[in-house]
Design a protein around this ligand. Sequence first.
Ligand code: AMP
Length: 519
Amino acid sequence: MMDRPLLVKNLLWRAENVFGRHPIVSCREGAGDNEITYGELTAMVRRYAAVLAELGVVPGTRVGSLAWNTARHLAAYFAVPMLGAVLHTVNQRLPAEHLVHTIARAGDEVLLVDRDLLPIVERIREALPGVRHVVVFGPRPTDPVSGVLYMDELAAGVAEFDAFPELDERAPAGICFTSGTTGMPKGVVYSHRSTVLHALALCVAGGPEVRTDRSYLLATQMSHVNGWGLPHAAALQGARLVLPGPHPAPRDHLRAISTWHPSVLVGSPTVMAMIRDEYEHDPGGYDLSSVRRLWLGGQAPLAAQARWWGERGVEVTNGWGMTEASPTGTFSSVSDSQGRPLPLVEIRVVDPDGRELARDGRTPGELEIRSPWVTGSYLDGQSPESFREGWFRTGDVATISHDGQMAIRDRAKDMIKSGGEWISSIELENHLTQHPCVVEAAVIGVPDERWLERPAAWVVLAGEVTDDELREYVAASYPRYWAPDEFLRVEEIPKTSVGKLDKVAMRRRHAELLTETTR
Ligand code: AMP
């Protein structure tokens, strides 16, 4: 067989030569929506590559992006790795300290930045001596910022780049940092090979099955794990992408859905809940009738939400994944399990000594995973303890059934141990959100003199209900000791920069409340 390397440029080859006339939509703020084809995207990629080459970007150079979901960002997704350089998609929502840490650790020499995110870069630029160039996407404005370059101006002065190198498929193509719920973010490096294999796996039946005849609203950020790999898979299949542009608010998503009629909405349950709430609050002539499917991921789906979309004829699917796994490991065509591993993904559950546990759907253990698109180490060799005998230890607690159905039971560190018994915070959260008065719930373990730990629930309510009623509701389905001792009524539950329940912040706040009341 021919020993052809698996390279990111092969993904774009198909977009250009098979689907060159297929449209991609990039919804822009203010100036109206802009529809381009894959053929036009390829021309942008070639120009961006020429610009970057002129700026001294060579194989191995790290290029950071601080950008929204736009065609420009998509062009960078291809231009940077096709040059042999490495695209580090920076999560712009991180606190300044984490931004500096991740950009410095990645070793970014060039930053590609959306205009409205430039102030973030300006504030930290002094702390980033390794950054040689800051290039702002779009045209030079009438009031340009000194010390930065403007992409459209540079791209107008170059010829399309055509000498993309043949690379080793194991060469790095991208970097993303974990969201840092448990400390400083850790870097994960994706290779050309892992990116291509992951994109292929997203296209096959049994997974999200990215298809030419489906169109996708990408409501998850392209800075988060390669936009879940969808941009790469969509290029391979010539699927239409609807990219919501800068600062998308729920009503921007609704407008994009009504105008461009995507058949699949892709994003976290939190984003989808915001879209639903906005729609409920003000249906305002929005049209959801094109939507056939939700592709959720990043956290457990909310039962009430699945019901709401289900009533509208929408299929609710759910992918389990991690930054470390590119991200997709398993996929489920229903919302109440995490589903089966994608082809070429192996999963198992183990006890604390690393012994494999039964695949009986009942025995929980730490989930371990291995696959050509799961990282074998962190950048700079951080956290070696996360890897054991060729497997990556996810820190999730799961069960696996005989037919490969995996269900997340908890994050190892989110399990609550009360009087020697485990209580699953995730199960409690799922159960509480099925109560008609509870919109959202998050459960943490709080220190307790007698039981060592007890569950405390934070709830966002949509109706009148007492603590005792909620406790009875829990006790009707679970052992009584599972019923949270406290219910803290809040307007909003703290979330991390990527929209996960921020249990670290919740625990901190709980501890503060405790000292305030005992003082
Ligand atoms: P991140 O690297 O930020 O994507 O976070 C990965 C973690 O999110 C996983 O280890 C899980 O704890 C959680 N997660 C991701 N997808 C799901 C899902 N579909 N259901 C439940 N938890 C999930």
